[in-house]
Ligand binder design. Structure first.
Ligand code: ATP
Ligand code: MG
Length: 258
């Protein structure tokens, strides 16, 4: 079988136990190459745990996580993880450029090749003019862009994002959503994106997965999977007025028990 037939990420009946409790109940999910999958669900339902299992930070207690057909047993450089807390993800004593360089150093990119790669990735996120600044001199949105740029510098195949825009104001969040959509398509990335915000999930996703409120029941954590058949490129106003957007919003809203 050729590699291209294998899913960039697959969960096969994955369960996760932590502290003697079943945090994720046996769940199966397969991402398609280039697909943007959003995970929503109430606080504590296991979203971060599922993402950590995908990254190889935590091992499933049952089932398997596969990447391109291989069992995930440890973190890999082909997988980038974007945290909500950009403040803690960046090194405060390194400049923007220095923070991006971390990814290249980890990948053992020769020092002479780094400057050009850094400039390129900073241009992609519109931060080239801020290369010499320190994280504390940037706004929250800009710091989060630096973290995303560092992930892109890693040239990952898969991006795992844990509420990356949760701490940002609404305007910044919308512009970063649009920027991320563009980058993901340009770079052909596969994304698993966790959010609390169901509008964000529908706006960004090709598919939205809802996790159950109480995953300790002997039911799969995954309670619903909805395809988002809204054309791209999406646009903040028009997309959010699209009949399909409104329909999915209502369905998920009721599902999440508001
Ligand atoms: N290392 C751990 N040991 C024991 N319990 C844990 C551990 N990590 C997470 N949990 C528990 O697992 C449950 C799910 O946690 P998780 O962080 O995956 O939820 P979440 O859906 O990401 O929540 P939030 O939306 O608040 O970020 C919580 O009850 C949490 O307390
Ligand atoms: Mg979480």
């Amino acid at each position: 079988m050729s590699m291209s037939n294998l899913a960039p990420l697959a969960f096969e009946q994955v369960s996760v136990h932590l502290g003697g409790r079943e945090i994720v109940s046996p769940s199966s999910l397969e991402l398609k190459r280039g697909e943007f999958v959003c995970i929503i669900g109430p606080s504590g339902c296991g979203k971060t745990t599922l993402l950590r299992a995908a990254a190889g930070f935590v091992q499933p207690s049952g089932g398997r996580v596969l990447r391109n057909g291989q069992v995930v047993s440890a973190p890999s450089r082909e997988v980038a993880f974007v945290f909500q807390d950009y403040g803690r993800a960046l090194l405060p004593w390194r400049t923007v450029e220095g923070n991006i360089s971390l990814a290249l150093e980890a990948a053992q990119v020769p020092a002479s090749d780094r400057p050009a790669r850094i400039v390129k990735v900073l241009e992609t996120v519109g931060l080239a003019v801020h290369a010499q600044k320190f994280p504390a001199q940037l706004s929250g949105g800009m710091q989060q862009r630096v973290q995303i740029a560092r992930c892109l510098a890693q040239q990952p195949e898969l991006m795992l994002m844990d509420e990356p825009f949760g701490a940002l104001d609404a305007m910044t969040r919308e512009s970063l959503q649009d920027e991320l959509s563009r980058l993901v398509r340009e770079q052909g990335l596969t994304v698993m994106f966790v959010t609390h915000d169901l509008e964000e999930a529908i706006y960004l996703g090709d598919r939205v997965i809802a996790l159950r409120t109480n995953p300790t029941a002997s039911q799969p954590s995954i309670a619903a999977m909805l395809d988002v058949k809204i054309p791209r490129p999406r646009e903040q106003l028009a997309t959010k007025e699209h009949p399909e957007f409104l329909r999915l919003r209502r369905e998920l809203y009721q599902f999440l028990g508001h």
